[in-house]
Design a protein around this ligand. Sequence first.
Ligand SMILES: Cc1cc2nc3c(=O)[nH]c(=O)nc-3n(C[C@H](O)[C@H](O)[C@H](O)COP(=O)(O)OP(=O)(O)OC[C@H]3O[C@@H](n4cnc5c(N)ncnc54)[C@H](O)[C@@H]3O)c2cc1C
Length: 274
Amino acid sequence: RMWHYTEGIENFAPVWDKHAIRILPGPSSLWFDATGKRLPVPLWPGFDTLGTLEHIMSTGYDYSWFVLTQKIIEKEFALSGSEQNPDLTGKDLKLLAQRLGKGAPAPVEAFKEKGVDFIVRDTLDELLEEMAARSGYVPFDAQTVRAEVRAHDRAITNDFGKDAQLNMVRQARHYKGDKIIRVASPHQFQDPSAGPLIAVKLNILTRKSLGGIHTDLDGRVLDPSGAPIPGLYAAGEATGFGGGGVHGYRALEGTFLGGCLFSGRNAGRSSSTL
Ligand SMILES: Cc1cc2nc3c(=O)[nH]c(=O)nc-3n(C[C@H](O)[C@H](O)[C@H](O)COP(=O)(O)OP(=O)(O)OC[C@H]3O[C@@H](n4cnc5c(N)ncnc54)[C@H](O)[C@@H]3O)c2cc1C
């Protein structure tokens, strides 16, 4: 078993061979498969990695597209990796405070400028033309993407619209934390003041293997027949991702450390009663 991400971009300054970076996206980008069909509800950015992976691979093509605006990239794009977050890695509060200011964080802006997966254009026609050009032999349907962007822009002016993604974005902004640092205010993609328009070609990125030593809930290591091996315990990632997968196969991001500590506590308690 492997854990993959669906928002992989090629690193323009790789630390190792074939080094990819993951975008940690906010919810406002429109997400299309390689042929230009919008991903089905609820496969919005940042919602269901495994569901989205399954869907993308079922299209027959192993990449997809985000379409967004400058306004969205500034507020909603974060990049995974310590070298992409010098403020956090370096515990630099001054640098961290810049995330609240105008403009995208410098590492995000650098990817926008230099990354091979990014297209930045002033008009939707220009953007679609370049997306089609980069699709090679894949039948990219620019008309469908254009219609989706127009429908999105129409729905912006209607507080009672039926676009589920837009309604969810509005809902997310009810939480102050998200409103301030994570979710852009809804706007028309073709509003020049929100531009330029951006498309990002997203590749499948392989993150880690999920296997590990088989244990029971007390952290006792099990032999191939399922019987505990006397006196042998295991905990944390060694027992499978996030502490033996205690949060399930579709575990949310950020829940791994907790599961590792929890499985360590269980193994410790159980072994101390020996
Ligand atoms: C880049 C990255 C980002 C992550 N982000 C998050 C996040 O945001 N939220 C979250 O919940 N989880 C996150 N995780 C996962 C989380 O960090 C791990 O699940 C957790 O730290 C694993 O803890 P552990 O104690 O099981 O293993 P580890 O922390 O890997 O500890 C194993 C220790 O064993 C030592 N060791 C190995 N071999 C030997 C040996 N032979 N002898 C002695 N010592 C040895 C190693 O040096 C290491 O110190 C992230 C992981 C990575 C890699």
